[in-house]
Design a protein around this ligand. Structure first.
Ligand code: UDP
Length: 241
């Protein structure tokens, strides 16, 4: 009798570079980096295959760099992509310190620093239990790391993309301004696009919609929350599907 190999659940986690910045609003706060790495390790130990995309907004964004006209948007975007690689390498170190096996794959070739993105290789890493961090976004200017994360999630056939944020999910209005703001537990892709929900850009949502990839929005800064929402589907979160 042939023994069927049990497939592990595979998810892709996206968080913004800003999440790493801490109160200073810039760069990498090492305590936050350590906290996030520990949360990811705890999740990994729930028998999951994990891909990660981290943004670069804590260092530079193309749109911001191009303000004033000194730096062209395309160059600014490449600077932003390089910023994501800096964050990816930092996260790799933090995860490896916790004993995990990690590979960074970049959408633009920087072979002295990390592997280049090769789809089949990424899959192999995941199957071998390695965490794969996808750096440099899509490798193309005029995109965001939300779109890159959605693209990579689809490519690696993740069952869902987790947009890990500082808030519990998507609200009907800004919860920082309106105390009566309601958390929306389920939102259709069309509604998310219509409302231009802030947690994910429209290009990313449209790509997720075209490929039936559910987007789970949750808070990454509550200890144990990633496990609660991803593994046990309990607690507060929003699902866009
Ligand atoms: N970027 C890009 N192409 C991509 C992904 C990112 O040009 O496929 C650039 C873009 O300038 C972006 C920056 O990298 O502003 C950092 O990414 P993002 O703003 O998505 O980071 P986050 O807001 O998640 O920290």
């Amino acid at each position: 009798m042939q023994i069927q190999e049990q497939h592990k659940r595979r998810v892709l986690i996206k968080f913004s570079g800003e999440a790493l910045a801490g109160k200073g609003g810039f760069g990498i706060d090492l305590e936050i980096l350590k906290f996030i790495a520990q949360e990811i390790k705890n999740l990994y130990e729930q028998n999951l295959e994990i891909g990660i995309v981290v943004g670069g907004g804590n260092i530079i964004r193309g749109v911001t760099a191009a303000q004033g006209g000194l730096i062209k948007r395309t160059s600014g975007d490449y600077m932003g992509m390089l910023a994501t690689v800096i964050n990816a390498v930092a996260l790799q170190e933090a995860l490896e310190t916790l004993g995990l096996d990690v590979r960074v794959q970049s959408g633009i070739d920087i072979t002295e620093v990390c592997e280049s993105y090769i789809h089949r290789r990424a899959i192999r890493h995941l199957e071998k239990g390695r965490i794969v961090i996808f750096g440099a976004g899509t490798g193309n200017p005029y995109f965001t790391t939300d779109t890159a994360a959605t693209l990579r999630a689809i490519e690696i056939e993740a069952e869902l993309i987790v947009k890990a944020t500082k808030v519990n999910g998507v609200y009907n209005k800004d919860p920082n301004k309106f105390p009566d703001a309601k958390l929306l537990s389920l939102i259709s892709y069309d509604q998310a696009l219509h409302d231009h929900i802030k947690v994910m850009d429209d290009t990313a949502i449209a790509l997720a919609k075209d490929n039936c990839l559910p987007i789970l929005v949750c808070n990454m800064f509550k200890t144990g929350n990633l496990i609660d929402v991803i593994v046990h589907q309990k607690g507060k979160f929003s699902l866009v599907k």
